[in-house]
Design a binder for this molecule. Structure first.
Ligand code: SF4
Ligand code: SF4
Length: 443
């Protein structure tokens, strides 16, 4: 049977065997955490606590009044040492609440939960998701209550669970599908109620057939939920590619999944919704894959948000002597780190530790017009021309050729024999165009 997929894309080596068979381990509580007050796309949070104050796990420490906003909670019980700027994994300094563990660990659950979620209104459920601080855990960190509340005029008929985890090395979603299938099922049913949809697809790449089997078994009494194995290809887990593969619907350039009647949520996000709505658990921890050839004990770890990368890597046996590069996320779209003192954030799906074997700089040559990048681009763009226009500052041509539709998947750079840093150049062009647009709006 041929598996569903999308057009184009690439086939990087998987490297998942390092951690795919490792059950999720709960890391002991860290001695201190650094919790950024901005962990989602949208308005940053304002602290509602003070230096020196005692807080309990789950206590709200940051709130935002914007529509696209989320809530930030204390992730350990202890005393607030300071609230100031510290380094963030995205390479900037942002305000963080630094809590030192003190006293007995105590979790404050969310209040005002319905006795049975089945009897709650969609507004009540969306309010719980907002108060629980749930954002997209696949890496985008978009506030989930906003995504589940499409604007008037947008009709949603399908919910898709993204179980692709197409980035090499990462296995956290795979383990959650195997170990938390009942919570995932509950999360799906809650989301179907909120969206008022009659069907759900769970898309899983065919390199995780044990997860396909587990979820088919878990959902066998629910005819409205279908598990769909998909061809192993990168970036199968990008929302537009997932919708294309499963439904053969094409999100228009500049559009969103809701423009074709679809909402997509990642596995971890769906489970977090179940935990918040049924048990009142705010988003204080997440599963992170710590892997690569430069970590001594690759693992899938349930870790408190705000734990430093250093503490988490120590829990995994520490780095090997030849460690050369640490990446937050996967190697295709992740962000290289210059310090291990940065904290795990809600968007930290993995930490990939690579030795010098995989990180030697390759010489960059002029473009040989081979067309590999065009053949690989899942968004049907012309990466070589976009990168060139961005590099020379011809932003009008770059925008005319659709640079803003680039999803920064890295497929073009992956196949480029000249090792041209296509994505960096395109990303820079996008940043410059968006900055110009922002300035022209504010005039
Ligand atoms: S141009 Fe953008 S969307 Fe196309 S392959 Fe390159 S990074 Fe991916
Ligand atoms: S893959 Fe590299 S060398 Fe080939 S056309 Fe694209 S940019 Fe040029």
């Amino acid at each position: 049977m041929s598996l569903k997929t999308f057009a184009k894309g690439v086939h990087p080596a998987e490297f998942k065997s390092l951690s795919e068979d490792k059950p999720i381990e709960k890391m002991p509580l860290p001695s201190e955490v650094f919790i950024p007050l901005q962990q989602h796309i949208g308005a940053p949070c304002t602290p509602v606590v003070e230096k020196g104050q005692m807080v309990k796990t789950g206590q709200v420490i940051g709130k935002s009044g914007g529509f696209v906003s989320s809530t930030i909670h204390a992730t350990i019980t202890g005393k607030i040492k300071t609230i100031e700027k510290f380094p963030h994994p995205l390479g900037i300094n942002v305000p963080m609440v630094n809590i030192m563990a003190e006293g007995e660990e105590e979790l404050l659950p969310l209040e005002n939960l319905p006795e049975k979620w089945e009897n709650a209104s969609r507004e009540e459920i969306l309010d719980i998701i907002l108060r629980a601080g749930i954002v997209g855990l696949g890496g985008a960190a978009f506030p989930t209550q906003v995504k589940l509340n499409p604007p008037k005029g947008k009709s949603i008929d399908t919910f898709i669970v993204n179980g692709c985890e197409c980035e090499p090395f990462l296995t956290a979603d795979h383990r959650m599908m195997l170990e938390q299938s009942q919570e995932l099922l509950t999360g799906i049913r809650i989301i179907m109620k909120v969206l008022n949809v009659k069907r759900t697809f769970i898309g899983i790449e065919a390199n995780k057939m044990n997860a396909v089997d587990t979820l088919r078994q878990a959902t066998k009494s629910f005819s409205e939920i279908t598990v769909v194995p998909l061809k192993v290809k990168y970036p199968q887990g990008a929302e537009k590619m997932l919708i294309d593969a499963i439904l053969n619907r094409h999100v228009p350039p500049g559009g969103l999944p809701l423009d074709v009647g679809v909402v997509v949520q990642n596995v971890g996000t769906t489970i977090a919704i179940a935990q918040a709505v049924t048990a009142g658990k705010p988003l204080i921890e997440r599963v992170v894959t710590v892997t690569g050839d430069a970590i001594n004990e690759p693992k899938n770890v349930l870790v408190r948000i705000g734990t430093s990368f250093q503490q988490l890597l120590d829990f995994c046996g520490g780095l090997t002597n030849n460690a050369a590069k640490i990446i937050m996320g996967g190697p295709m779209m992740g962000v290289a780190q210059s310090s291990l003192q940065v904290p795990v954030i809600k968007a930290t799906s993995g930490i990939v530790c690579l030795s010098d074997k995989y990180t030697q700089a390759k010489p960059i040559y002029p473009c040989i017009q081979c067309g590999n990048c065009v053949s690989a681009c899942p968004m049907n763009l012309l990466p070589t021309r976009l990168a060139r226009y961005a590099e020379v500052g011809n932003l009008i041509m770059a925008e005319n050729l659709g640079i803003l539709n680039c999803i920064e998947c890295g497929s073009c750079a992956f196949v480029c024999p000249a090792h041209i840093p296509l994505v960096q150049q395109i990303r820079l062009g996008k940043l410059q165009i968006n900055e110009l647009k922002r300035k022209s709006k504010s005039i």
